[in-house]
Write a protein of this length. Structure first.
Length: 254
């Protein structure tokens, strides 16, 4: 789906590692965390692997913070903590309690509605690679999980065309809204696990896009997002200052 693409030989192998690292990240967005997930992340030394990919970059500190979150959680994780993490997951992905939809259409359309043109554009990308989502009515094509799975699929393919497509897809369908979503979730999460996962997702995908630019010669088509933990805190304070009651039919639903 791309043309006029350059590719630097020898870079494809590193993207296999990127695809593997995205697997646990996608899992954190796919369903609520359980003790097995926390144990698995720690046993596999996931923070160290992620830190290696971010070495020397501004975002490296995010993974260090997430590592401290994992290290500080009791083993096995107590039910009370799991319940708190489950409540965060529900608000972020199911009940819309954080008013931050995990789907591109809501962020990228004027009326902020689900399953709009951005979803169908994403579906065309999937179809080009012979892929479909299991049930788009349950979880739309432009859900963060599906979009990240698609990026990981392209990275695993590792061909020049697939890597160039990964860069173009991220610019057009993931990075325009993912930074805002991650910051909002991080600002509202009650437990540091989901907050850390959201910020780490943004850090990793920002770094991945940089690596794709270096490998393919395709600079990002979207302006870099100035995100920091302090920015997230400022956003939360601004929302608190402007909090208004939600009136169905009159206020935006996200």
């Amino acid at each position: 789906m791309t043309d006029d693409m350059t590719f630097r030989a020898g870079d494809a192998g590193s993207f296999t590692l990127w695809a593997e690292v995205l697997g646990p990240v996608i899992r954190m967005h796919d369903r609520e965390a359980d003790s097995a997930l926390v144990e698995g992340l720690w046993a596999a030394d996931f923070p160290a692997i992620a830190a290696a990919l971010l070495e020397g970059r501004d975002e490296a500190g995010v993974v260090e913070g997430f590592s401290r979150v994992l290290a500080g959680m009791p083993r096995p994780v107590p039910a009370a903590i799991l319940d708190e993490m489950a409540a965060d997951f529900a608000d972020a992905y199911l009940t819309h309690g954080f008013r931050a939809a995990p789907t591109g259409s809501v962020w990228m359309t004027e009326d902020h509605l689900e399953r709009q043109q951005p979803m169908f554009a994403v579906r065309d990308w999937y179809a080009h690679y012979g892929l479909t989502v299991p049930d788009w009515r349950l979880r739309s094509d432009d859900h963060i999980v599906h979009e990240m799975q698609f990026v990981a699929h392209l990275l695993a393919l590792g061909t020049p065309d697939a890597l160039a497509d990964a860069a173009v897809f991220m610019d057009g369908h993931l990075m325009p809204w993912l930074p805002d979503w991650c910051l909002k979730v991080a600002a509202h999460a009650r437990h540091p696990f989901l907050a850390g996962a959201a910020l780490m997702t943004l850090a990793l995908l920002t770094a991945l896009r940089e690596d794709l630019a270096a490998a393919t010669g395709r600079a990002p088509d979207v302006a870099p997002h100035a995100w920091t933990v302090q920015a997230g805190r400022a956003e939360r304070q601004a929302e608190a200052d402007e909090e208004r009651p939600f009136v169905p039919g009159l206020s935006a639903s996200w």
